[in-house]
Design a protein around this ligand. Structure first.
Ligand code: SF4
Length: 386
C-alpha cells in the first residue's frame, strides 16, 4: 500500500499535490471508480436533483457509492464521516467543499454525520507550537462547519482531546492491525516523525465504526490513501469498508497547478478575509486572460486555465446556463477579466458576509452539535462493541 501517486512533476499524496493533475490517471492508479452518468442519474432520481459539485463532475470518482445507494434503497441506511484538523490559521474556501457535499448528502438522505476534530494532529506533526494555539482555531473551525447548515440532531462534532475515552478502545483494536512499514508508506512518516503522530491514523479510522452501517466519506482524492487503510482493516474487525465520494482539488489563486494553502495566504481566500483583502487577492489571481484589452477582444480568453472561472464553476455560480454564458462571453472576447473578477469579488464577499452571520448564530447552538443534540447525546453514551 502506498501513499499516493508520483510521476515526473505530477504528484498527489495526502500532504502534497504538485503539477498538472491528471485525474483519469489517478482513477487508474488509485483503483477508484469514475463517478459516471449511470450512478449520477441514480443519485439524482433518489435525491430529487444533483448538487452542482456532482453535476459538474467536481466530485468525479468513488469507492462503493453504488453499495451506499443499495443500502439506502433497501432500508439499511448509511452514515457520513468527515473531519478537519485545526491548525494555527483560519479555514479557507477550499476547506469547506467536502463539508458542503457532506451536508447535501445529509439533507437528501437523512443520514447521520460525524465530524472529527483532531485537535492534536497539527501539534504532533510539529506544525503548531502549543495546544493553546490550536484551541482558538478549533472553536472557530467548529463554528464555520456548523454555519454550513448541518442538522443539529443528526450531527455529532467531537474533538479528539475531549472524546478520547470513547475513541481509545477501538483505536487500540485498529492499531494492532497497522504495522509501521504500512503506516510509513501511507502517511509518509520518517525518523523525525513523533510517536504520537504514528498512532494518530488509528484514531482517524475509529469514527468509520461508529455505526454498524456503511460509512460514506466525501473528501478530496488526495485523502484516499488514508481510507484505503481503513478498507484493509475493517473486514478484520467485522465492520463495513468505508465508501468514498472523491473530489478534484480546488485550484489556488496562483493558477491551475496550484493548491490553496492557509500558510500562504495569497493562494487562498480565508473565511476570515475582510472585503478589501478578498478584492486584492482576486485582482491578483491568475486568469486565462490576454495581455491587453485589445487582444482579449480579438482572441478571447481561455476559461479552461482561468482560476476565476474555476471558482465560479466550483462554488460561485449554481446556474449552469449562466456559467455557460460566462464561458462563451470569455471565449469570444465579450467579457473582460476586470469585470469578471469584480463580479467574483462581490459574490465571494456576499457569501462571506452571510457565512459570518451564520457563524454568529452557530455560537448559540454549538453545544447541540458537541453535547446536547440527539446524536451528540447518543454518542456520549456510545461504547464500541465488536
Ligand atoms: Fe477568466 Fe473571466 Fe478573464 Fe475569462 S474573462 S479569462 S473567465 S477572468
Amino acid at each position: 500500500m502506498s501513499e499516493g501517486f508520483r510521476e515526473g512533476d505530477f504528484s498527489v499524496t495526502p500532504w502534497e499535490a504538485k503539477g498538472k493533475i491528471d485525474y483519469d490517471k489517478l482513477i487508474q492508479e488509485f483503483g477508484v471508480e469514475k463517478l459516471g452518468e449511470e450512478l449520477l442519474s441514480r443519485i439524482e432520481r433518489i435525491a430529487g436533483g444533483l448538487h452542482p459539485l456532482l453535476r459538474r463532475n467536481f466530485f468525479f470518482a468513488h469507492r462503493d457509492l453504488n453499495l451506499v445507494l443499495n443500502d439506502y434503497e433497501e432500508g439499511r441506511g448509511f452514515f457520513l464521516y468527515t473531519g478537519r484538523a485545526p491548525s494555527n490559521s483560519p479555514m479557507h474556501i477550499a476547506h469547506i467543499v467536502p463539508f458542503i457535499a457532506t451536508r447535501w448528502f445529509q439533507e437528501k438522505f437523512g443520514a447521520n454525520v460525524y465530524i472529527q476534530i483532531p485537535d492534536e494532529e497539527k501539534f504532533l506533526a510539529k506544525k503548531v507550537e502549543t495546544l493553546e494555539e490550536i484551541e482558538k482555531y478549533a472553536v472557530q473551525d467548529i463554528l464555520n462547519i456548523i454555519a454550513l447548515g448541518f442538522d443539529e440532531n443528526k450531527t455529532f462534532i467531537f474533538r479528539d482531546t475531549e472524546y478520547i475515552s470513547k475513541l481509545y478502545k477501538p483505536a487500540v483494536l485498529v492499531a494492532r492491525h497497522i504495522n509501521f512499514s504500512t503506516a510509513r508508506a501511507v502517511f509518509g512518516f520518517d525518523n523525525e516523525s513523533t510517536i504520537g503522530l504514528i498512532f494518530y491514523p488509528a484514531l482517524q479510522i475509529v469514527p468509520t465504526f461508529f455505526e454498524k452501517k456503511r460509512p460514506l466519506i466525501p473528501c478530496g482524492i488526495d485523502q484516499d490513501p488514508y481510507f484505503r487503510l481503513q478498507r484493509d482493516i475493517a473486514p478484520r474487525l467485522n465492520r463495513y469498508k468505508a465508501a468514498e465520494v472523491l473530489s478534484k482539488l480546488v485550484w489556488g489563486l496562483k493558477g491551475p497547478e496550484t493548491k490553496m494553502s492557509a500558510s500562504e495566504p495569497d493562494t487562498a481566500i480565508l473565511l476570515s478575509d475582510p472585503p478589501e483583502t478578498v478584492k486584492r487577492k482576486i485582482i491578483n489571481a491568475y486568469t486565462g486572460g490576454r495581455a491587453t484589452v485589445e487582444e482579449q477582444r480579438r482572441l478571447g480568453g481561455v476559461p479552461e486555465v482561468c482560476t476565476v472561472f474555476h471558482w465560479y464553476s466550483v462554488l460561485f455560480e449554481d446556474d449552469d446556463k449562466k456559467l455557460l454564458e460566462r464561458y462563451h462571453a470569455c471565449r469570444t472576447g465579450k467579457l473582460l477579466c476586470g469585470e469578471c473578477k469584480a463580479e467574483l469579488v462581490e459574490r465571494i464577499n456576499s457569501f462571506l458576509e452571510r457565512h459570518r452571520a451564520r457563524v454568529k448564530d452557530a455560537e448559540k447552538k454549538m453545544h447541540l452539535y458537541l453535547y446536547d443534540g440527539k446524536l451528540a447525546q447518543e454518542m456520549w453514551n456510545w461504547e464500541y462493541r465488536p
